[in-house]
Design a protein around this ligand. Structure first.
Ligand SMILES: O=C(O)COP(=O)(O)O
Ligand SMILES: [Mg+2]
Length: 229
């Protein structure tokens, strides 16, 4: 199928892999709520959403370690297990309540799915968090498969999750488009041999996303158009 990416040549694709946090859903509010409830349980200082934003994208383990270090925990390893247990409890309870689907995502997914393109959600978020979030936001029906950060032995920016997803889809990486919001997604795609487009509104560790090479940069997912079958 031929896809038109704004400001790029038409691209032949057989499937699309889509990142979740920062690409489909703005989950910063969920992260801030769950992390601050966890920190309160452990009698640790609160953290600001603006600081959290720079720590999202490399999975929950990385997020928790970064947050504990940020609030001044001297030995992160000592508090990690308790932090994970409290965080998981709170996250599962509020999952989706403080999160918003980005403008243009619903229309974009509808158009891509209607064109018959297989769509896979490929996130570093744990699968037990990702599935209920997609369900709560009415997005699960668009995806033929959902993979989390714990679905494979390694997470993005390692290419393994993308290569495994391509294998399951039966598609060649060079005809499988990755849509993400961070340099992690782009690095994983490059190493897997997948073309990549990046959303301009997500989380990118505090660095402008246009510093990361990609086929295109989108303000809205619906800007991705199927032009020929
Ligand atoms: O949980 C994270 O680190 C973010 O996951 P993502 O891969 O959907 O951006
Ligand atoms: Mg992301």
């Amino acid at each position: 199928m031929q896809l038109q990416i704004p400001s790029a040549a038409p691209l032949e694709v057989d499937a699309i892999l889509l990142d979740l946090d920062g690409t489909l859903v703005n989950t910063l509010g969920d992260f801030a709520q769950a992390l601050n409830r966890m920190l309160a349980d452990l009698a640790l200082p609160a953290i600001d959403a603006s600081a959290i934003e720079h720590m999202v994208g490399k999975g929950t383990e990385h997020l928790l370690r970064s947050v504990l270090a940020h609030v001044g925990v001297p030995d992160v390893a000592v508090r990690y297990q308790d932090a994970w247990q409290r965080y998981e409890h709170h996250y599962l309870q509020l999952n989706g309540q403080y999160a918003q689907v980005y403008p243009g995502v619903l229309a974009g997914l509808q158009a891509l799915a209607a064109a018959g393109l297989p769509l896979v959600c490929l996130t570093n978020k744990p699968l037990a968090f990702a599935r209920p979030l997609l369900q709560a936001k009415g997005l699960e029906k668009f995806f033929q498969q959902v993979y989390g950060g714990d679905s494979f032995a390694r997470k993005k920016p390692d290419p393994l999750p993308l290569l495994e997803a391509c294998k399951a889809l039966g598609t060649a990486p060079q005809r499988t488009l990755m849509v993400g919001d961070s340099s992690n997604d782009a690095q994983a795609a490059r190493a897997a041999g997948c073309p990549v487009v990046l959303m301009t509104y997500g989380y990118n560790h505090g660095v402008p996303i246009t510093d990361t090479p990609a086929l295109g940069y989108l303000d809205r997912l619906e800007a991705l158009r199927v032009v020929a079958g």
